[in-house]
Design a protein around this ligand. Structure first.
Ligand code: ZN
Length: 358
């Protein structure tokens, strides 16, 4: 299975899909997940997979992963031909200057550009000292020499969407994944692989997979999706920020190669403590490594699901990803694999008696 999953992760990572423009990602998901059930898509670009084995008379387990990635949007073209842009989602700002980007113009063509900061050669002494900058002051340079050229030759206009130009790489020897948009495409991949391993299996729950849109701009897709699905219980897949390269070991809670991160809480949600206990016990009994985190910041779709439909117990299983919300991320294949193993085991063991006690 490993080779297939690498290809799946590659296609999802490379797909162009900032918030609101998830179409290409959904094409990849349809290609891989279409055989596991009936697919529907709504006009917010949420994609639903209703498992073929669903009977319609069981409680509903919703499995969610968001399909969008942090991106940018063209706001205006400057007189010198460079592009002023606004962020789609919360960027790690210092990762932007110097990054290569792709702009999709109205004709669907992908234009290469570079996020430009003022070259050091032209900086004043004071500017050289300062490290602070605003995204609004950055430019995307496509190599044009005038506003007319950017608009008429490159066909770039306000509203065009932008993602990093980053090509996925897999280091097979070390089991390491390098690419963009692992938040949350690695979660999408884990969800698809979970559907694959559950295929043909009888479960106590009807399973609806939701690949939700626009998470990075405020969990918007899932707000519509949860009303449509009406889940009784939910597991969210995530690509979540790894902290192991800059946190003291005693405080590190999301490290590479230690399995999926289950969060007790973040700024947006307290994950159902009884569900958390059951999930961590189940992982332990199954020999699946997990790590638990208490996060000060952050937010995720679980927060929306949790307080919907008369309260839905939810947990969030995150694949640790170094440097999310930047053009280049690192993740470990073993963490992806253990996230899938955990999700499969939870779906297998889950019964209404278990979830009624949450
Ligand atoms: Zn995410």
């Amino acid at each position: 299975m490993a080779t297939d999953c690498i290809e799946l992760i590659r296609e999802l990572s490379d797909a162009f899909g900032p918030s609101g423009f998830e179409d290409d990602v959904l094409s990849v998901i349809r290609k891989y997940a279409g055989r596991f059930g009936r697919i529907e898509e709504d006009r917010l670009r949420n994609l639903y997979v209703y498992r073929s084995e669903n009977t319609g008379d069981k409680p509903v387990l919703m499995l969610d992963a968001h399909s969008d990635e942090v991106g940018l949007m063209v706001q205006a073209v400057r007189p010198n031909g460079t592009v002023k842009f606004l962020p789609l989602g919360g960027w790690n700002k210092p990762s932007l200057p110097g990054s290569r980007m792709l702009i999709r113009n109205a004709e669907g063509k992908l234009i290469t550009g570079i996020v430009a900061a003022k070259p050091v050669h032209f900086m004043t002494a004071a500017e050289k000292e300062s490290t602070a900058f605003e995204i609004a002051d950055l430019s995307l340079d496509v190599g044009a020499v005038s506003k007319a050229e950017t608009e008429e030759l490159f066909r770039i206009a306000p509203g065009d969407s932008i993602v990093p130009l980053t090509e996925f790489r897999y280091d097979a020897e070390r089991g390491l994944l390098f690419g963009k948009a692992f938040d949350c495409r690695i979660g999408c991949a884990a969800l698809i692989e979970t559907l694959s391993r559950l295929s043909g299996r009888e479960l106590s729950f009807d399973v609806v997979a939701v690949f939700s849109s626009q998470e990075e701009v405020g969990e918007r897709g899932v707000q519509a999706a949860v009303k449509k699905v009406s889940p009784d219980i939910a597991v969210c897949f995530e690509g979540c920020p790894a902290d192991d390269t800059f946190t003291e070991p005693w405080l590190t809670q999301t490290a590479l190669r230690r399995g999926p991160m289950l969060r007790h809480m973040d700024k947006s949600v307290i994950c159902n403590p009884r569900f958390m206990r059951w999930a961590t016990d189940t992982a332990k009994q199954s020999g699946i490594p997990v790590q638990c985190a208490v996060r000060e910041g952050g937010g995720n779709n679980g927060a929306v699901i949790n307080i919907s439909q008369g309260a839905v117990p939810v947990i969030v299983a995150g694949v640790p990803v170094r440097y999310i919300h930047s053009p280049n991320c690192i993740a470990a294949y073993s963490d992806f694999e253990n996230t899938v193993r955990l999700a499969v085991r939870l779906a297998e063991n889950m019964t209404p008696a278990v979830t009624d006690s949450f």
